[in-house]
Design a protein around this ligand. Structure first.
Ligand code: HAS
Ligand code: CU
Length: 560
């Protein structure tokens, strides 16, 4: 993949201006994302305090009348729906354009996308804050929220499709100007990510439009719980790859350069992304092993395909570590493993992202345990699952997204990072805090501690849980300290950072680059068709059965 050349003089001014819209949009999206994360993260601190018998919800009752469960709804919705979605849309808007080396086809459409997403967010936020949507981020019926909660979230999701439209138009214009060239890697990956996401959101859009919205506004008397859950997980599983793939884009196309070397193999990176497009969606039933109404046969099929989607992450593991080794050796590193010490550990954007990778290796291993039908019965609905997703979305994704901002915010604002030392401290605190927190959450899960529960107030709290719970608090507080370092550093960068105008996206070259990419890995249509076919096979019979036998008579409840 080509490195963006540093333009000179007047040309530089022009180039900087060419991406002004994309930069502004990336900046605004990422600002919204991190504001959401600040509130969502704070709720996490309240939760871990409650686990340890310090119930601050009583103190904040005027603000959070719904207590723990309202806080948990905010934690889930803000962190995994709002933070991720806004960040991803902002990040992909900018890097896809820069990778194509042309602005997006429609700046106006890009603005419309942002404003619609923001409007959706505000519509959904009001009922949550008023304690009229304390249904957690999974909003399973029979729990019933205010209709505007569903409406707002639907608007956010539907608006993200507009980015795919914009990318498709940009691709068409780029192709007309570059017949025969290979699509630049980061642009190819961005389009795959948004295509996968658009297919994936069929589930949640159908659930919202046909089941939950009419039900919550009283247009129909009841709904069907299992059908709603199945449609939710149709999207709810692949959403994790919607979060992960932008982090992978950074690990493949930028981290090797930050490390001072090259990506090992571009063709292999494309194979991984194509496999994610094909395999991410038709596996959602691995969240429903314990649900009635779905045949064991389809649970088994979804299990087998889940093991399949492990493979592109293993390819990524190999490719990313090989790229790091390439970089370590390019910096004079030697030996079987000693090259690791030659890597630029004093570079915040690099270190933060490699820590995210390390944590993900463990989160990924836990994923296979979740996916296995019989082991899932041990860990389902326990604190183990919270341990799992704090390593995945809470680290592989969130920590990578923070690491990226260590070069991206300077690029957008034209100001140098305020403190590299503070950024490195942030990375180390997150690593140590998360290892502690997630390890003990996994252990507590194995000891049977349920997730999504006010453990501090539970009459059945076990002595062996009580022995381990303080460690979750230590981990949580270390992550809180990490977050403070992060926000302080960003605030100071934006307001006080030394001017440093000529920053660039650190796109990497590859050892095996575009020249080695076969034509099949530079196309979308065959893979989209395969993806749709697999979705139809893996979901068709179950959805048909659930719709045709559904009894839409659950009136719903709002117990908070
Ligand atoms: Fe998961 C539940 C299975 C990945 C998130 N998952 C969840 C939930 C969330 C979540 C949020 O099968 C809970 C949802 C809820 O509220 O109920 N998950 C998997 C599997 C994978 C997986 C098989 N999950 C993710 C990712 C997530 C995420 C990614 C977010 C971003 N998960 C499940 C299952 C459940 C589940 C069941 C349901 C459980 C239940 O009962 O409720 C795989 O995709 C993981 C593959 C990953 C790897 C790791 C590759 C490592 C790499 C880094 C290498 C580089 C290094 C650096 C180490 C194979 C690429 C080296 C450094 C040097 C210096 C050399
Ligand atoms: Cu899943």
């Amino acid at each position: 993949m080509a490195v963006i050349a540093r333009p000179r003089g007047a040309v530089r001014e022009q180039v900087a201006d060419r991406f002004a819209t994309e930069k502004r949009l990336a900046g605004l999206n990422i600002l919204v994302a991190f504001l959401a994360l600040a509130i969502g993260g704070l709720m996490g601190v309240l939760q871990v305090l409650e686990y340890n018998g310090i119930d601050l919800y009583r103190a904040v009752k005027p603000v959070l009348p719904g207590g723990y469960y309202q806080g948990l709804t905010l934690h889930g919705v803000l962190n995994v729906l709002v933070f991720t979605t806004f960040y991803i849309i902002g990040f992909l808007t900018l890097i896809a354009a820069m990778s194509f080396d042309r602005p997006l086809a429609s700046g106006r459409l890009a603005w419309v996308t942002f404003w619609l997403m923001l409007a959706g967010l505000l519509v959904a936020a009001v009922p949550i804050l008023l304690n009229r949507a304390t249904v957690l981020f999974t909003f399973y019926p029979p729990l019933k929220a205010d209709g505007f909660y569903y409406l707002g979230l639907t608007l956010v999701v539907a608006s993200t499709w507009l980015l795919l439209v914009n990318l498709a138009l940009t691709y068409r214009a780029w192709r007309a100007a570059n017949p025969g060239a290979k699509i630049p890697l980061a642009a190819f990956m961005s389009i795959i990510t948004m295509t996968m996401w658009t297919i994936a959101t069929f589930g949640i859009a159908t659930e919202m439009l046909f089941l939950l919205i009419p039900w919550a506004f009283g247009l129909v008397p009841g709904t069907d719980v299992i059908l709603a859950r199945t449609l939710f997980w149709f999207t709810g599983h692949p959403i994790v790859y919607f979060w992960l793939l932008p982090a992978y884009i950074s690990w493949y196309t930028m981290v090797p350069r930050l490390a001072g070397g090259r990506l090992f193999s571009e063709p292999m990176a494309r194979v991984a992304f194509v496999l994610f497009l094909v395999l991410s969606v038709p596996i959602g039933i691995h969240h429903q092993y314990t649900d009635p109404g779905i045949s064991e046969i389809w649970k088994l099929v979804h299990f087998i395909f889940t093991v399949g989607v492990f493979f592109p992450s293993l390819l990524t593991f190999f490719n990313v570590v090989a790229s790091l080794e390439n970089s370590g050796r390019a910096r004079g590193g030697k030996g079987w493993l000693a090259w690791i010490f030659a890597l630029p550990w004093n570079e915040p954007a690099f270190t933060t992202q490699v820590f995210a990778m390390l944590l993900f290796a463990f989160g990924g291993a836990g994923g296979v345990i979740n996916a296995s039908y019989n082991l899932n019965l041990v860990v389902h609905n326990t604190a183990w699952i919270s341990g799992h997703f704090h390593l995945t979305v809470g680290s592989a994704v969130a920590l990578t997204f923070m690491g990226i901002t260590y070069w991206l915010v300077p690029l957008i604002t034209g100001r140098a990072l305020w403190s590299r030392g503070l950024a490195l401290a942030q990375a180390w605190l997150w690593l140590i805090g998360m290892v502690t927190f997630s390890h003990f959450m996994h252990m507590l899960g194995l000891l049977g501690m349920p997730r999504r529960t006010m453990i501090g107030a539970a009459p059945y709290i076990q002595p062996e849980w009580q022995a381990l719970l303080p460690f979750t608090l230590v981990g949580g507080l270390l992550m809180f300290a990490s977050a403070i370092c992060y926000y302080l550093n960003m605030l100071m960068t934006i307001t006080r950072g030394r001017p440093e105008p000529d920053q660039e996206v650190p796109f990497s070259r590859a050892v095996s680059g575009p020249e080695d990419v076969p034509a099949a890995l530079d196309r979308f249509t065959p893979w989209v068709v395969t993806a749709l076919l697999l979705v139809a096979i893996n979901y068709g019979p179950t959805l048909y059965y659930l719709v045709s036998t559904g009894r839409f008579n659950i009136t719903g409840l709002s117990p908070w």
